[in-house]
Design a protein around this ligand. Structure first.
Ligand code: SF4
Length: 366
């Protein structure tokens, strides 16, 4: 525990963000980093609990109190070692994880929780800056070859673990670059693509071979992959969207969220795409689906210059605070106002779409 009185002395603070009116003018990330002093204060808020519930809240089992303590002592090597022992890609989770660890944080019982996700992001960014992120492949190899099909988050994590175990790893990706949803689903304003490329470069230095523009079963036979490897991991993700078969579905201007988001991510990266141009510029946009993907469609539509944006969610509006039905340390289903919502949109709750008539442009993210 860095500072026994830290949780009493300091309030939770998050790094500054660019104002909504300014950040919608581009697709850049808009959250700054803490000053050294603020990072120190925020890590000092951790109470090093006897039973650290944050641990159980984190699906990765991140060793949170220990890395908070290392951050407080500015021991970056130790902080990075602890964080990377359970988390292959803290630079992704530190930006886009919904942070269930924070919902489980003991401090959250009567104060705002420790800013764990931000601290995680700072550890990895400082680790990169200090050149602590190094290849991890052992010198002694197993002699086994493994093929990973799909270079999205799951495929990348599998490849990172396999190379660490000493296997030879080849990742097959049908798209033009590795990353999957990280590259073509999540907008740049939440995760700039140099962050993905930086990690892929580390993995390549580690010995992972990426073969892009290769669709297994089409460009290369599945048999050949099986024959030339000792094991194959299928990490193709789910790319089949959920359709909404209601009257008017055949109308023009109705798109699946991933088609819309992928195109914009390609535009930002100056990568050509096939098919019809999908644009929200000057349109009245309706987003069906109130989750994170829907929110990404809202943020993208605002940046493209939509005339108006309405977002419909099937669930009723959740409460802003915990109720008796969702006590600490469970993950609470609370009203979430994302950065994209801050940028402007009308939100509707408890709405089940019955037809597409009279909607100008629709993205289905339900
Ligand atoms: S539950 Fe919160 S205060 Fe307790 S150890 Fe974890 S991060 Fe620190």
């Amino acid at each position: 525990m860095g500072k026994p009185t830290g949780f009493k002395e300091y309030n939770r603070e998050l790094p500054e963000k660019v104002a909504p009116a300014l950040r919608v003018k581009n697709y850049n990330e808009f959250e700054s980093l803490y000053s050294d002093e603020k990072l120190n204060e925020q890590s000092a808020r951790c109470m090093n609990c006897g039973i650290p519930f944050c641990h159980s809240g984190c699906p990765l089992g991140n060793i949170i109190p220990e890395f908070n303590d290392a951050v407080y002592r500015k021991n970056w090597e130790e902080a990075y070692k602890l964080l990377s022992s359970t988390n292959n890609f803290p630079e992704f989770t530190g930006r886009i994880c919904p942070a269930p660890c924070e919902s489980a944080c003991v401090l959250g019982i009567n104060k705002p929780p420790v800013a764990i996700e931000e601290i995680e992001k700072h550890i990895i960014e400082i680790a990169y800056e200090k050149n602590l992120v190094k290849p991890t492949a052992p010198l002694i190899k197993t002699g086994k070859k493994v093929a990973v099909v799909g270079a999205g988050p799951a495929g990348l994590a599998a490849a990172a673990q396999l190379i660490k175990a000493g296997h030879a790893v080849t990742v097959y990706e049908r798209d033009d670059k590795p990353g999957g949803l990280l590259r073509y689903g999540i907008p740049d304003f939440k995760l700039e693509k140099w962050v993905v490329e930086r990690r892929v470069k580390v993995m390549e230095e580690d010995g992972v071979v990426f073969k892009c523009n290769v669709e297994v079963g089409k460009d290369i036979a599945a048999d050949e992959i099986l024959r030339s490897n000792d094991a194959v991991i299928l990490a193709g993700g789910s790319t089949i969207p959920r359709n909404l078969n209601i009257p008017g579905r055949e109308l023009k201007g109705i798109h699946f969220a991933m088609d819309f988001l992928k195109q914009q991510n390609k535009r930002v990266s100056n990568i050509k795409f096939k098919g019809e141009d999908i644009s929200a510029t000057g349109k009245d946009v309706v987003v069906i689906g109130g989750g994170d993907t829907g929110s990404d469609c809202v943020g993208t539509s605002n940046r493209q210059g939509a005339k108006s944006i309405k977002q419909f969610e099937v669930m009723v509006q959740p409460p802003a605070q915990r109720t008796n039905a969702m006590p600490w340390p469970t993950y609470p289903m609370l009203l979430k106002t994302t950065s994209s919502h801050e940028e402007g949109c009308e939100r509707y709750w408890g709405s089940i779409p019955k037809s597409f008539w009279a909607m100008a442009m629709v993205t289905c993210a339900h």
